[in-house]
Design a protein around this ligand. Structure first.
Ligand code: BGC
Length: 724
């Protein structure tokens, strides 16, 4: 059985980057193709086959005598992973403590494509420094259910937001001269049974929801490589799926780079050879401690199949050619040399801080409890194990040995210095089957009672520290959350503390929605902190005390109850008898909540600020078929801040069932107190079209459309109807 070995273990266009297809596959260049042809001519069959499968846990084979090196990859999405050498044991005594960036959710919540580029540039630069050729990220699967254990690595429930954010990240990585590997292609939206689950969805859902991010990554971002996912899609493994890979990726999108398998995701030699898998990665656990990579599906068997005429050599040559294209483009071969990378620089740490500051979301701020006022707070109680927990090393393959990690408690101490007394109380214990501990709750209540204010850090966890997978992991690879309830008795703790001191703020940590219904009415201040990276604690402290004005917006809907979310209400999760049907179709996230009139806890695109913004003067002009949307946004409060202006399109007379509205443009605007700016956004024809399952093509109906402009999907400030 081929499975990946145990210890296996993000994102944004510069605003100027167009979302139109520009065929960014600059991997193809006639002069290079000629060189590649020459190289291939000199290679033996065995040498070719060596190149299309792994040669160690993170490399694939090279051909030394021809100057072709091994291709060296590393996870992952939010930092360069610890060093594994050629095996799976973590190496010791090596310089592999890297910059730990905020995770995918946090990046997406910035709604700032420039930060996607900056994020990618840190990844690319550090990977290059460490001698890597490919960084295994960003991960961009759609957040379909709040329960997916890997949601924290991913970006959003919305394909438009993903598309805008992923392009910058890829360019950021690749401008450093190495390759990004966008993953996991495709329909890998749950972890339980990820190696076998067979995903079924309508063609429309595939085209409108699940593919646009990948399409943008390839056709606009120009990703050199892509990773095929573990799951099956319509009966065939995704990595070796004729429809996903040959027809769509390499056919429709004209992808010229290499598709590698997820680690151990190849299952059938003939399917892999014929259906477009270029490189088989992974480790066969049954072969440890001496894996024989030649025994891979794309190993020696291929030699036999070519020799006996079952497979034409052209199939193998195409795979080798794609790998060589990536090698030439990233100066692994040829005369040009790579520029040096940089590692753990102050600049990289500042990028991590900036992303956290712009990604943390202020969810609720009743009676302006936030920002907390330093001058009037002599003592604060900081409560919760998440307040002082390091997260970099957890969660699976995205694990990072962080150079350092500022926990929230640490960040508060840095900010407040000696002027304010901080009393830290653990409050709950992250442990297997952890339940409320009356003694710990009492200690928290005592501390909160004596304090001028309390801050509770609660929510999800990656599991045991320094353990990739464990049975109390919620945000981790290979696991999905059993439900959306707060683990470890945190509800009891929060209720008791809120009662003891109403001047209490709750900070949620983790990879997305959690059920807060038991106390949401009592909590005046709620903040979403995600996993905010190595500078996260500093960013959280600055937001809580108003040194930074929050500007993050939710990239996914927070349902009130798990049962309200579409995958659970209309679809299946995680599936039945090895299959999962996405019966909710295109009604994912807010597309469902808005259309089916279900009240969310916090809406997609929601996020408050310490200042206020006024929207006025909406105008929409037709410019050569494109609609130019302009409006004036004014900061009407007393603090400098940033607002994400969101544009949703709603079709009025529908010929088919369509979501109530869909995000089709956005822009983050930075405004000083009292300042106004004219914001201009463009809607091209793709902003109005839907995928017609019968015509198998995109269709735009003539008729009336409403253009809704707002501060969140549920806070629409201006609207106008246009006729198309
Ligand atoms: C994960 C990938 C990762 C690979 C290598 C797999 O288990 O799904 O995201 O890049 O391992 O660590």
């Amino acid at each position: 059985m081929k499975i990946k070995f145990s210890s296996y273990v993000l994102t944004c266009a510069i605003t100027l980057l167009p979302l139109a297809e520009t065929q960014a596959q600059n991997l193809f260049n006639t002069a290079t193709e000629a060189k590649i042809t020459q190289l291939i001519k000199q290679m033996t069959l065995k040498e070719k086959v060596n190149m299309i499968h792994a040669s160690s846990s993170f490399t694939s084979g090279g051909v030394k005598r021809l100057g072709i090196p091994e291709l060296t990859t590393s996870d992952g999405p939010h930092g360069v992973r610890v060093e594994h050498g050629r095996g799976w044991d973590v190496e010791t005594g090596v310089n592999d403590a890297s910059t730990y960036l905020p995770t995918g959710n946090t990046l997406a919540a910035t709604w700032n494509p420039q930060l996607g580029y900056a994020f990618g540039a840190v990844l690319g630069s550090e990977a290059k420094y460490r001698g890597k050729d490919v960084i295994l990220g960003p991960g961009i699967n759609i957040i379909r259910s709040p329960l997916n254990g890997r949601n924290f690595e991913y970006l959003s429930e919305d394909p438009y937001l993903i598309s805008k954010m992923v392009v910058g990240c890829i360019k950021g990585v690749q401008d450093q001269g190495i390759s990004a590997c966008v993953k996991h292609y495709a329909a890998n939206n749950e972890e339980v049974d990820r190696n076998t689950v067979d995903v079924y969805m309508s063609e429309r859902a595939l085209r409108e929801i699940y593919l646009p991010g990948f399409k943008a990554a390839i056709t606009i971002g120009g990703a050199n490589t892509i990773m095929g996912s573990y799951n099956k899609f319509r009966g065939q493994y995704a990595t070796e799926n004729a429809y996903l890979v040959n027809r769509i990726l390499k056919g429709e999108w004209k992808f010229k780079g290499l598709l590698m398998s997820d680690w151990g995701a190849v299952h059938n030699t003939m399917d892999a050879l014929k259906n477009g898998t270029d490189l088989e990665m992974g480790t066969d656990i049954s072969m440890l401690p001496h894996p024989n990579y030649h025994k891979f599906f794309m190993g020696d068997t291929v030699i036999t199949l070519v020799k006996n005429g079952t497979i034409p050599i052209a199939f193998i040559d195409d795979k080798v050619r794609r790998i060589l294209r990536v090698m030439f483009k990233t100066n692994m071969i040829g005369t040009a040399k790579r520029t040096p990378g940089a590692y753990n620089t102050k600049e990289h740490e500042q990028t991590a801080l900036k992303i956290a500051e712009e990604g943390i979301v202020l969810l609720k701020n009743a009676a302006n409890i936030l920002p907390l006022k330093r001058a009037s707070l002599k003592t604060i109680a900081v409560i919760g194990e998440n307040a002082d927990r390091e997260n970099a090393y957890g969660g699976g393959s995205s694990q990072i040995k962080a150079k350092y990690e500022i926990t929230p408690l640490h960040g508060l101490k840095n900010l407040l210095g000696s002027g304010t007394t901080i009393n830290y109380v653990q409050g709950y214990k992250i442990a297997r089957n952890g339940v409320a501990d009356p003694q710990m709750i009492q200690q928290a209540v005592d501390a909160a009672t004596k304090a001028d204010a309390a801050i509770i850090f609660c929510g999800w966890t990656h599991g045991y520290n320094y353990n990739l997978w464990s049975d109390n992991a919620y945000d981790a690879e290979d696991v999905d959350k059993p439900n959306m309830n707060m683990p470890f008795g945190q509800d009891e703790l929060i209720k008791a503390v809120l009662k003891a001191n109403p001047n209490t703020v709750v900070v949620l940590m983790g990879g997305g929605p959690i059920d807060i219904t038991q106390w949401v009415g009592q909590a005046k201040g709620i903040v979403e902190g995600w996993y905010p990276g190595m500078e996260g604690g500093n960013a959280l402290a600055k937001i809580l005390f108003g040194d930074v004005n929050p500007s993050g917006k939710l990239p996914m809907t927070f349902p009130i109850k798990l049962e309200d979310s579409p995958a659970h209400k209309l679809g299946e999760f995680p599936g039945v008898n090895g299959k999962v049907h996405y019966n909710e179709g295109v009604f994912v996230g807010y597309r469902y909540f808005d259309t089916y009139k279900v009240e969310p806890q916090f809406a997609f695109g929601h996020g408050l600020s310490y200042t206020t913004f006024k929207y006025e003067g909406l105008q929409i002009k037709n410019e050569g078929g494109k609609r130019r949307v302009t409006l004036n946004v004014k900061n009407t409060g007393k603090k400098t801040g940033a607002e994400v202006v969101q544009v949703y399109v709603k079709q009025q007379d529908k010929s088919v069932e369509r979501p109530e509205k869909e995000l089709k443009s956005f822009q983050k605007v930075f405004l000083k107190a009292g300042e106004s700016k004219i914001v201009t956004l463009t809607l091209d024809s793709s902003a109005f079209s839907y995928y017609d399952d019968k015509k198998l093509n995109w269709v735009t109906d003539a008729g009336k459309y409403e253009i809704l402009v707002g501060s969140s999907s549920r806070d629409i400030r201006l609207n106008k109807t246009i006729l198309l």
